[in-house]
Design a protein. Structure first.
Length: 238
């Protein structure tokens, strides 16, 4: 007679009804915001004196820090990759839970749009690092040529966050209209939108999304990772 041993007990982590502690994929959004703040704000290539009290001239372009430009470029391209990942993860983890929500689809679309725009915005920082004074190819352009890259960098890394701005608007709708996102995340989203939307409406400033939306991603996606929003709360294993 053949003896049949009972199957070993399943580990506690795979027990029926066990629920993941947090949505780990959302931490990529938190990291994207932190690196975005570094790449956009902390490595801004504006030179000392170009702060509204003094007009920027061609003669000042060689004062640009190519090290700042290089660090901003590298961090910025990491942001691009993280935004694309967030868009894909959002489609996988969130959209199936709210299949009738157009706003949920706008979030991933906004991230993808920003990733494309920031590829150019941060790419111009990389060009400034190459062609700026002291860069490996600083003899390729004269000061007037380098000044063109400086002007592109004036708003380049800031404008690209516009897609994320519209994603934040979609999150506001999901929070207060659809109730699929925690309302405190919706409130944080409103706060993050006041400056860029107000500045665009009042003064037509296109680069303001880059001043607040990286910070919005840090807070909102930390909330998505550890909070209890119905749209992002991890499902128990089948």
């Amino acid at each position: 007679m053949t003896r049949t041993d009972a199957a070993p007990p399943a580990p506690a982590s795979s027990a029926v009804g066990a629920t993941p502690r947090f949505a780990s994929w959302a931490l990529a959004g938190t990291l994207a915001g932190a690196l975005g703040f570094f790449a956009t704000i902390l490595t801004d290539v504006h030179v000392p004196g170009d702060d509204g009290d003094q007009r920027m001239t061609v003669d000042m372009v060689d004062d640009v820090s190519i090290m700042k430009a290089r660090l901003g470029f590298l961090a910025g391209y990491a942001v691009v990759g993280l935004l694309l990942y967030c868009a894909a993860a959002w489609r996988r983890h969130v959209e199936p839970r709210v299949p009738d929500s157009t706003a949920a689809r706008l979030v991933a679309t906004g991230f993808t749009a920003s990733a494309g725009a920031l590829t150019l915005g941060y790419g111009w920082k990389g060009a400034m690092a190459i062609y700026g004074d002291g860069g490996p190819e600083d003899n390729s352009f004269d000061r007037q040529g380098r000044f063109v890259y400086y002007v592109l960098n004036d708003f380049g890394g800031f404008i690209g966050w516009t897609g994320v701005m519209f994603a934040a608007m979609a999150v506001v709708w999901m929070a207060f209209r659809e109730r699929s996102v925690a309302r405190w995340i919706g409130a944080v989203s409103v706060l993050g939108l006041i400056v860029p939307v107000g500045g665009m409406l009042i003064m037509s400033v296109p680069g303001l999304p880059g001043t607040t939306l990286p910070l919005w991603m840090i807070v909102a996606f930390s909330g998505f990772a550890f909070g209890k929003s119905p749209a992002t709360r991890p499902l128990p294993p089948a």
